[in-house]
Unconditional design. Structure first.
Length: 327
């Protein structure tokens, strides 16, 4: 038996219920893992509300770390008793124990704690594919400006540090002066409070009117139009989330008028579709964290039983850095 957080219908945080579930044995290509810590991410809100619909009843959560309890047929990269961490489909990490596909589960280096592992996998792998794989047509070179929205969030603080290590000039946005200071303390070259400043005008000022090569945007509806105005010709608008709501339909012709710019909608799960790709990305993440170039900031901890409170804090944008659920 395992405690798990389930929803029986889409809705608000009050739909998250702690229940007892039966956990079986892993089948071919699966493992059973006992969690020591669980990551909290905005995609969990999308699953709960139905923006990304799930079949009911559903256990949410995409990220966790713990110890492998059992290994199914064909799994060779993990063994019983090993420490492991993951960001993986299908949802289901809000629990004590689960059976899940093994292909996106990685052995966790001894130098990285369970809490750090749970906090960094989805967010860190997201930062990795954005900065290393989601690139403008002209590429990114040391000294280039990039714009990163929600720079004080879990993905944002990792991206600020990683961008600095790559020699990029990251312009971060956030919703308060305190969050802007946090982004700057973690490697952002500039930080803009979008509640008190016109971020598009400020970006043009910072870049001498040229604009940035790429905008990384997990906010969605509220930042979309002005983000397009921040791009230089042939720049890339990289959307990877909808925290303020989905982007409205737009006319492709507008992209030509704004400088023949590119638009892409990225998801982590395309990038980690294979065992080999997942491990390669995770190896880069583990290395940059182990080197100290990127520190994982766990700013909030909630007990699994307090998951409703955790979701309310996340949706109210009262969190910074990473948030985990503890067992």
């Amino acid at each position: 038996m395992s405690l798990a957080v389930q929803i029986r219908q889409h809705g608000g945080p009050e739909e998250l219920h702690l229940v007892d579930v039966t956990v079986g044995e892993p089948g071919p290509g699966e493992i059973r893992i006992r969690h020591h810590a669980i990551g909290l991410n905005f995609i969990d809100v999308y699953h709960r509300t139905g923006l990304y619909p799930l079949s009911m009843p559903a256990t949410v959560g995409m990220e966790g770390a713990g110890v492998v309890e059992a290994v199914g047929e064909g799994v060779t990269h993990l063994q019983v008793g090993e420490r492991a961490a993951y960001a993986s489909q299908p949802p289901g990490s809000y629990c004590e124990v689960r059976v899940m596909p093994a292909k996106c589960v990685c052995k966790l280096p001894d130098a990285i704690s369970f809490e750090t592992g749970a906090a960094m996998m989805l967010k860190g792998l997201t930062a990795q594919y954005l900065l290393k794989k989601t690139l403008p047509v002209e590429g990114l070179q040391s000294g280039d400006h990039v714009l990163f929205h929600a720079a004080a969030g879990g993905v944002g603080l990792i991206a600020c540090q990683w961008a600095k290590a790559l020699g990029l000039q990251l312009i971060g946005t956030a919703g308060s002066d305190a969050k802007c200071q946090l982004a700057l303390a973690n490697g952002a070259t500039h930080a803009i409070n979008y509640n008190t400043e016109d971020f598009a005008a400020r970006v043009r000022e910072i870049t001498g009117g040229k604009g940035v090569k790429v905008v990384y945007d997990s906010v969605g509806k509220d930042t979309w139009d002005k983000s397009l105005d921040c791009l230089r010709p042939f720049g890339l608008m990289a959307s990877f989330g909808n925290a303020s709501g989905p982007v409205a339909p737009f006319a492709p012709g507008s992209l030509g008028a704004k400088g023949s710019i590119y638009v892409t909608r990225q998801t982590l799960f395309t990038h980690i579709a294979t065992r080999e790709a997942t491990q390669a990305m995770a190896d880069e993440l583990f290395a940059v964290v182990a080197s100290g170039q990127v520190k994982i900031h766990i700013e909030q901890r909630f007990a699994l039983a307090d998951v409703q409170e955790a979701h309310r804090a996340l949706e109210a944008r009262k969190t910074t850095g990473c948030t985990i659920l503890t067992l």
